[in-house]
Design a protein around this ligand. Structure first.
Ligand SMILES: [Zn+2]
Length: 846
């Protein structure tokens, strides 16, 4: 390649391992500086080491790849893994390849299959890691080539191991916004150059739709999802199958490059490389030193095959700037994602532990700015879209890409001379288009014309395209062939070398067909417009398209009516210009299409982010309310502490109202027994009623069981009840074994505070903060009562004053007994203060 001054590709393959602390790299500058495109295939290892590591090591592998890219110079295209549908590339695999079908040597030597979803996960990690390196944001990270004809990777949905399906599933898992391009592998089965264009199919019922030779690349191309047809494709391995390269110039190499060039001429998704496997003498497929193969390759280069996209220099810079902006926006998008996640996890945390709020407060600030940031991002994406639209609608690329008309390729079916061949030319030599007529019926077939031409001793049909009277376009000769169109002068020999021959079936003289039918002329216009656009022949049709009789020969073709009479030339040119004009209005480039697709992807991602972020304001409200509650409660507590201190000095005693005789008793049930065990615990309850309930009402529902699922009792269950205003009611004798705390009734006294000290009220709605806690008066009374009781019944240890929920399954005496405000602690402190500050006898005054 270098000898011919033609740019080309060189591919290196590297075993990197997956040590995230390995920072080594390579220098490829000596190649990239010589106009060679450098591709590097990133492998974990070879054979049983796995081209990718075990799935648990994908993160490490991605780090290692990024380290390698960062430390390497002269390469910007990276391929992730190799033939991952082939067990020979799986981590931990050791198979016996001598049996049919191949088998793992033992069940534990099967290896970890690399399924499409696993591959896609690894690919995305590696790509993200590489793009995160400054200066490598636009590196191409390519999907590794899939081994054609290998059915050994099966998984649900692909039970036959279909390699094309495997390839397609990988792309679907990765998705269009997260892929830079793909690589393919294609081979012939044998060294016959005719196998390059062979339509031979796989000799197996399951896979009979797939090509058995080089054209297996077309099976892969057709499987690329429609939304990924803008991506670059590289064929990174080709050879003659199991046969090593024969040291002979067979034309196989020329044929392969010609085939890919034909694909590129006729298909919108271009193949940018065809790389022969392989140069160095590392295995049986080496080329180094095989002069015949090398000469075949040199000959192929004479064609100057080149894939093209249309991008003008000025536009290139604009696109570059847009790409940079897009990358920056993508980065911002990714930066926002963790904040969103954190905001969501806040919500879960909130439910349980209110006291953590103080710690979470800084995150709240993030949440507050999050929405704004996303909105800004969305705004920027809109701006980018608008610019892209402007750029796209400006006809900067004359002429625009004209759609390819429908063309039937019959080249392989036409008769040829036994030995003679038309000379070849590089496609870049093409400058002009020459129109012929066939002087036959308008329905003549390409086969018939080829027969006639070969019969005249020509190497083959002497046109490149034939269009019949119905407007059917046949491709009859590769554009790389120089066909004999005009003969009489040196100037005309040059015409042959630089022009494309289009024949219109018919005889366009007065008295014959006169002029082409509308269908035929419109087909010709579509073909000419497409050729002008595709081959970039220029902007002035009069300088590109000629009738054969305009080239200095005394011939009639393409008929007297071309320039005289009906002058169908004018109609043809008008039709062609109309197509070119229409195309230039929607002129587009591959790059632009690419950008558009990525922006669309980003747009959907941002929309998703907006959706998640929409939850944030509600979350913030909730947090805000809780903060207020906590603030209020902290103030309350402080006030209580002050009061407690005052109480120690004042020593005012609450009145105790004896209602033992007046509360209702059950009319028929026997009265409560007297206890047989000493009292060792004092139990604190809430009544789980509205705070304005009276002690009578409470006794009533205990006695008559009026609440759901409650049985009837002999009398009120509590020994004491304390109202919200602090009034203390004596309800049962201390020795009465009443019901309030299940199994612990036998040795417990029950003291109940009227109220429902829960966050949620009976109606299921949040209660006011004040209703979630006892009143100060209630607490104060409770502390005095309990302090007195402790002396009275000889429960001396404060630890024996417990909440109902500490001895049974219940929410009593409320949510914040031991959490949140923790009023148990407060009550205990008050009780202790009472006990230490006052003689017990002081309380015996009622
Ligand atoms: Zn209770």
């Amino acid at each position: 390649m270098l000898g011919k001054g033609i740019p080309g590709w060189v591919l290196f393959t590297k075993a990197l391992g997956h040590d995230p602390n390995n920072h080594s790299g390579d220098n490829f500058s000596q190649y990239s500086n010589q106009n060679l495109g450098v591709m590097v295939r990133l492998n974990n290892g070879y054979g049983g080491a796995g081209t990718l590591p075990f799935q648990s090591k994908y993160d490490d592998f991605a780090k290692r790849c990024a380290n390698y890219v960062r430390a390497s110079t002269g390469a910007r295209i990276w391929i992730v893994g190799n033939e991952t549908n082939h067990p020979i590339e799986w981590p931990g695999a050791d198979w016996d390849w001598s049996v049919v079908p191949p088998q793992p040597r033992s069940p534990d030597k099967r290896g970890e299959p690399i399924t499409p979803d696993a591959y896609a996960r690894c690919y995305k990690k590696v790509r993200t890691a590489i793009h995160a390196i400054p200066g490598h944001e636009r590196d191409q990270v390519l999907v590794g080539g899939v081994a054609p004809w290998n059915p050994l990777t099966t998984y649900p949905g692909n039970e036959t191991g279909d390699w094309v399906r495997y390839f397609q599933d990988i792309l679907v898992h990765i998705g269009p916004g997260q892929c830079d391009g793909v690589t393919l592998h294609a081979y012939t089965h044998g060294d016959d150059p005719n196998l390059i264009r062979s339509e031979r199919k796989v000799g197996n019922e399951t896979f009979k739709q797939y090509h058995w030779d080089f054209r297996c690349y077309q099976d892969f191309m057709h499987a690329i999802p429609a939304n990924m047809r803008h991506l670059p494709v590289y064929i990174t391995e080709t050879d003659q199958g199991d046969v090593p390269w024969r040291n002979e110039n067979t034309g196989w190499v020329k044929g392969a490059y010609g085939e890919i060039d034909y694909w590129n001429q006729t298909q919108p998704q271009k193949i940018r490389a065809l790389i022969l496997y392989r140069w160095p003498r590392l295995d049986q497929w080496y080329i180094e030193g095989k002069e015949g193969v090398i000469q075949d390759f040199r000959d192929a280069m004479d064609f100057g095959y080149k894939w093209t996209t249309y991008t003008e220099p000025g536009q290139e810079e604009k696109l570059e700037a847009l790409w940079r902006r897009l990358r920056a926006l993508e980065e911002r998008y990714h930066a926002l994602q963790p904040q969103i996640d954190r905001a969501k996890s806040l919500n879960d945390t909130l439910g349980e532990e209110v006291q953590d709020l103080v710690v979470l407060a800084p995150d709240l600030q993030d949440a507050a700015t999050l929405h704004t940031q996303i909105q800004e991002l969305a705004g920027d994406v809109s701006g980018l879209e608008a610019e892209l639209e402007k750029l796209g609608s400006t006809p900067t690329v004359p002429p625009g890409a004209v759609p390819r008309p429908s063309i039937q390729d019959v080249m392989a079916d036409l008769p040829q001379h036994a030995s003679a061949r038309w000379p070849v030319r590089p496609l870049a030599d093409i400058r002009r288009i020459v129109i012929h007529h066939t002087v036959t019926s308008t329905s003549v077939t390409p086969q018939r014309i080829a027969q006639v031409h070969v019969g005249q001793g020509k190497p083959g049909i002497a046109y490149h395209y034939l269009i019949n009277g119905d407007g059917v376009i046949y491709a009859v000769q590769p554009l790389t062939r120089i066909v004999l169109q005009a003969t009489s002068s040196a100037a005309n020999r040059r015409t042959n070398a630089d022009s494309i021959a289009i024949a219109l079936a018919g005889d366009f003289r007065e008295g014959r067909n006169v002029e082409p039918s509308d269908a035929q002329r419109q087909a010709a216009a579509a073909l000419i417009a497409w050729l002008i656009s595709e081959r970039r022949l220029g902007g002035v049709i009069e300088q590109i398209v000629f009738g054969r009789n305009e080239l200095g020969e005394s011939v009639l073709s393409p008929g007297t009516q071309w320039l005289d009479g009906v002058r169908y030339r004018d109609k043809l040119f008008a039709d062609t210009k109309a197509i070119l004009d229409a195309a230039s209005e929607c002129a587009d480039s591959e790059e632009l299409a690419n950008l558009r697709m990525e922006v669309t992807f980003l747009r959907t991602e941002v929309a998703r982010l907006e959706g998640v972020a929409a939850q944030v304001p509600a979350l913030q409200d909730q947090i805000g309310q809780l903060q207020i509650t906590i603030g209020d409660q902290a103030a309350e507590i402080e006030r209580w502490r002050e009061i407690a201190e005052q109480c120690q000095d004042a020593g005012a005693l609450p009145e105790i109202i004896d209602v033992r005789a007046t509360l209702p008793h059950h009319p028929t049930l026997p009265p409560y027994r007297n206890r047989t065990q000493p009292i060792t615990k004092i139990i604190i309850h809430h009544t789980d009623t509205p705070s304005n309930f009276t002690v009578e009402q409470i006794a009533h529902y205990h006695v008559y069981g009026t609440r759901p699922n409650k049985s009837q009792w002999p009398g009120i269950g509590y020994h004491y009840v304390i109202a919200a205003d602090g009034s203390i009611y004596w309800c049962q004798n201390h020795e009465t074994h009443s019901y309030h705390v299940g199994a612990a009734n036998a040795y417990s006294l029950g003291v109940s505070l009227i109220g429902r000290f829960l966050r949620v009220g009976y109606d299921g709605k949040p209660q006011a903060p004040a209703d979630q806690l006892p009143t100060t008066a209630q607490l104060e009374s409770a502390s005095r009562l309990v302090a007195w009781l402790m002396g009275e019944v000889n429960v001396t240890d404060i630890a024996q004053v417990v909440g109902h929920k500490e001895v049974g399954q219940t929410t009593c005496p409320g949510d914040q007994w031991r959490r949140g405000v923790n009023w148990k602690k407060d009550l205990h402190a008050r009780i202790e203060a009472q006990r230490l500050g006052k003689p017990m006898a002081f309380y015996l005054l009622f």
